[in-house]
Design a protein around this ligand. Structure first.
Ligand SMILES: Nc1nc2c(c(=O)[nH]1)N[C@H]1C(S)=C(S)[C@@H](COP(=O)(O)O)O[C@H]1N2
Ligand SMILES: [Mo]
Length: 369
């Protein structure tokens, strides 16, 4: 039995206002109307675990060590204080989105946690750049990928729960961090403290929590949940029930353009004949957000929403649009486009066997009364 006391969960699991998903592992998401802030408060930050919580003693927090090895000139180990001393501390505001966010909308249903749309958050991460640490160890010319290792174990098993990696270019990108703080506070155990990978734009699975070892590899990493259909998408369209050829699946890298209406709440009641300000956020893993449109007639007509300037490349961007409430019921759809011209699909994204990357448009229904 994992000692959960260090996780602040000893008196039973209460993560309110998050809703806990039925699963052997601890997973909880945020109601979307509580995601209405530029920076998500920690209380609204979803939790995703592929296995049990690791057992980490309080005494380990200060002595936590990260080993860098594999295809490097000089394998090295760094304690947390050493990381802080040797390398520049930087902050990045970035969206963290689970690749399974929005999965529950796929029909037919797929395996995996049936997330609604609340497995996403935008936070301010502080740590050292992974590139600075790797370059200090000397990246070998044959290195092409990283492999990340933590001690949490798969449910009912002794295998690692998750061991993912990054293509070298992303590992060496300016924005990729080894983070020890979030929103100005020490990174808590629940979210991977004392040290986790921050890979802005990439799916949450690439943001390894409780990271203790990073190996550089001359091939794509083959750790837990790197193969088969795990966190991989078919490279060509596949129909439900069709035989799956895993050889044609590709690791999910940058997350697609997506958006969320965070106000008003779905199902909320408003005074008839008034206007309401619809607002929310749009984000994209590898391009900028180019625009957000709103429809109140089921997607026939679209009007541009006002988009706040991009303050941080990997943060989400606020959109707003005043809309009139003429009818008893108004359905509002938001749809974002990225700078490469990709637009959110109406409804859901292309079905795939594990239900990843559903960036279909978000709808809320408002009533008057
Ligand atoms: N060690 C470890 N790191 C992990 C995971 C995990 O199960 N074990 N889950 C990943 C997934 S799938 C996501 S979406 C994010 C969620 O981070 P959070 O729990 O801080 O929200 O952590 C990632 N890092
Ligand atoms: Mo995830």
């Amino acid at each position: 039995m994992v000692d959960q006391s260090g996780f602040g969960l000893s008196g039973g699991i209460s993560l309110a206002p998050l809703s806990v998903l039925p699963d052997a592992s601890l997973n909880a998401e945020c109601p979307t109307y509580l995601l209405d802030t530029a920076i998500t408060p920690l209380a609204h930050f979803f939790v995703r675990n592929n296995g049990g919580l690791p057992s980490i003693e309080a005494s380990e927090l200060k002595t936590w060590t990260i080993a860098i090895d594999g295809n490097v000139d000089k394998p090295q180990r760094f304690r947390l204080p050493e990381l802080r001393e040797r390398f520049e501390t930087v902050s990045v505001t970035a969206v963290l989105e689970c690749a399974g966010n929005g999965r529950s909308a796929f029909e037919p249903k797929t395996d995996g946690l049936q997330w609604s749309r609340g497995a996403v958050a935008c936070l301010e991460w502080t740590g050292v750049r992974l590139t600075d640490v790797l370059r200090h160890c000397g990246v070998s010319p044959d290195a092409i990928y990283t492999g990340h290792h933590s001690r949490d174990k798969a449910p009912n098993g002794s295998e690692p729960a998750l061991s993912r990696g990054l293509p070298l270019a992303k590992a060496l990108a300016e924005e990729t961090l080894l983070a020890f703080e979030v929103n100005g506070e020490p990174l808590g155990l629940l979210h991977g403290g004392p040290l986790r990978v921050v890979a802005p734009g990439f799916p949450g699975s690439a943001w390894q929590k409780w990271v203790e070892r990073i190996e550089l590899r001359d091939q794509v990493h083959d750790g837990a949940k790197m193969n088969g259909t795990d966190y991989r998408l078919p490279s060509r369209p596949i129909l439900p029930g069709e035989p799956v050829d895993e050889a044609t699946f590709l690791v999910i890298e940058a997350m697609p353009i997506n958006s969320l209406i965070t106000f008003p709440a779905d199902g909320s009641v408003h005074e008839a004949g008034t206007n309401v300000e619809v607002r929310g956020f749009a984000w994209c893993g590898d391009h900028s957000v180019a625009g957000v449109s709103i429809s109140i007639d089921g997607g026939r007509m679209w009007q541009s929403a006002e988009l706040e300037p991009e303050a941080h490349r990997f943060a989400w961007r606020r959109f707003r649009k005043w809309i009139p409430l003429h009818q008893q019921e108004t359905e509002i759809i938001a749809r974002a486009t990225d700078s490469s011209g990709q637009v959110q699909p109406l409804g859901t994204a292309a079905w795939n066997p594990r239900g990843y990357c559903n960036n279909g448009t978000h709808k809320v229904r408002l009533r008057t009364g």
